[in-house]
Design a protein around this ligand. Structure first.
Ligand code: SF4
Ligand code: SF4
Ligand code: FES
Length: 483
């Protein structure tokens, strides 16, 4: 460790740190565009300029690429520094369209923030701005606005250093420089491509599904866990704030997942997630099952619970297929309340989709279920030939969650089925019980490394559905006691 000084205050730093790293670690703010803690340092934007004091005068230099030295004295917000940042911002916005009014990044754009902090003045240039491509289709998922691009090259470095697709580059020179994808289409196949949307410091890289859907200040994030594979990445699920609830127009927007972004978690996913994690709305916003049924006929939820409890009580050889999407809490409750009553097996709710990346060296794991690790710690795995799990005299099967074909069930066994979505099997069960989804309740998953990660509810539970945890306690209660 060495000691140096930031704004006259002594600071301890590793001698291999840069001024930027040491400043951040000690709570001093220095602006940056091109620097990113997980990427190489190009030093191209110059906004991180700081003043180094020295005998006989000092100098200005960029903090992101300047190593700390013993006794060094750095000023992060001196008059000279502010003046240089103002000039830098004049230069960066020389050809920038400043169309914040129609830009999805407005509200979380560092160019906007730094402009107000360090510049605030209109452009001093009398020349017409250089125009570039406004809506370049970078991929099916991302649109690029070259006029807003400040050529920080974060997106280029991300594909070279993190996702390893090397799918983006800079074409041409000077004010004609353009970010472009390589021509073999590899950006389209980059399973992590959407991270460039987050790391772009301006509104140049935009998500097509989110494009012009919502102003970010109408939204708030809820901490959650991606159930897309056994990595269980930490995510933020963005949805409309209560204060901005729509009272007329399309009220479905009040309970809609607007976007999903990574929630930085060094123990699990760092600052990244894969594209599958961004598409969770396609999982959770499928048509929901909200009606309890008895052999396909709608019944009151309580009547269905009572019916299921009676069937479980009367069964002589019951078998349960446990969901690998159940939370730790639900699994523990099932184990305590019903684990002795059933022969239990963990089933695989989701298999990899045909075109899906099975596994890679960054995040993606082959088991496409979030909580198989916790489930398998309590119960054995369902054999590959599921029929071998059912003794000939099996008279009841409780199936929890998706992904199991009823054709594999013993033909004479009664079926109690717990599921959240509208599916044909629901009507074939003797008792069907609709259960809540992850975005409607809190809980934890245990990932493949044993890391436990929490999720919180973003939306109210639908009327007519029950939380599985409460349901298991009710199914185990003596007759007349269950609610
Ligand atoms: S598109 Fe965004 S991330 Fe890429 S170089 Fe331009 S400003 Fe930087
Ligand atoms: S790596 Fe797995 S857990 Fe992480 S975002 Fe992708 S699918 Fe979700
Ligand atoms: S952040 Fe240092 S030069 Fe860009």
């Amino acid at each position: 460790m060495i000691e140096f000084f930031i704004n006259d205050q002594p600071v301890q730093a590793d001698d291999n740190q840069t001024v930027m790293q040491a400043a951040k670690a000690n709570g001093f703010f220095i602006p940056y565009f091109c620097w990113h803690p997980q990427l190489s340092v190009p030093g191209n934007c110059r906004i991180c300029m700081v003043e180094v004091e020295a005998d006989g005068g000092g100098w200005l230099d960029i903090a992101c690429n300047m190593p700390v030295t013993k006794g060094m004295r750095v000023l992060t917000d001196s008059e000279k520094v502010r003046a240089r940042r103002k000039e830098t911002l004049q230069f960066i916005t020389l050809n920038h369209p400043v169309d914040c009014g129609i830009c999805d990044k407005a509200g979380e754009c560092t160019l906007q923030d730094y402009h107000y902090e360090y510049n605030g003045a209109p452009s001093v240039s009398r020349d017409a701005k250089v125009h570039a491509t406004k809506h370049y289709p970078l991929s099916e998922r991302i649109v690029l606005d070259n006029e807003r691009c400040i050529l920080c090259t974060r997106c280029v470095r991300f594909t070279r250093e993190v996702s390893k697709s090397a799918a983006l580059g800079v074409q041409s020179r000077g004010d004609h420089s353009l970010i472009r994808p390589v021509e073999d289409g590899s950006f389209e196949n980059d399973a992590y491509s959407d991270n460039v949307i987050d790391i772009c410091p301006v509104g140049a890289l935009l998500s097509r599904p989110f494009l012009h859907k919502a102003r970010v200040w109408y939204l708030e994030p809820t901490a959650s866990v991606c159930p897309g594979c056994e990595r269980g990445c930490s995510i933020n699920i963005w949805h409309r704030k209560d204060a901005w609830r729509l009272k007329a127009l399309d009220q479905r927007q009040n309970a809609r997942i607007d976007r999903v972004t990574p929630l930085e978690n060094p123990a699990v996913n760092g600052p990244w997630i894969c594209n599958k994690g961004r598409d969770l709305a396609q999982v959770f916003e499928r048509a929901r099952a909200e009606q309890a049924m008895h052999k396909g006929r709608p019944v009151e939820l309580q009547a269905a619970i009572d019916g299921a409890r009676a069937m479980i009580g009367a069964a002589k050889r019951p078998v349960a297929l446990v969901s690998s999407w159940g939370s730790n809490e639900e699994l523990a409750t099932f184990h305590a309340a019903l684990g002795q009553r059933f022969a239990c097996y963990v089933k695989t709710d989701w298999l990899p989709a045909p075109s899906e990346v099975l596994e890679d060296e960054l995040l993606i794991k082959p088991d496409k279920n979030p909580n198989g690790t916790a489930a398998r710690a309590l119960f054995p795995t369902l054999p590959a030939d599921a029929r071998s799990a059912f003794p000939p005299d099996t008279d009841l099967v409780l199936v929890w969650g998706e992904g199991f074909s009823f054709a594999q069930l013993p033909p004479d066994a009664k079926i109690v089925y717990l599921n959240s979505y509208l599916q044909p099997e629901n009507g074939h069960a003797d008792v069907f019980l609709p259960i809540s989804v992850q975005t409607e309740r809190s809980g934890h998953y245990t990932n493949f490394q044993g890391v436990i990660n929490a999720f919180e509810p973003c939306f109210a539970k639908k009327a007519g559905v029950v939380d599985a945890e409460a349901l298991f306690a009710a199914l185990a209660a003596p007759p007349g006691k269950a609610k």
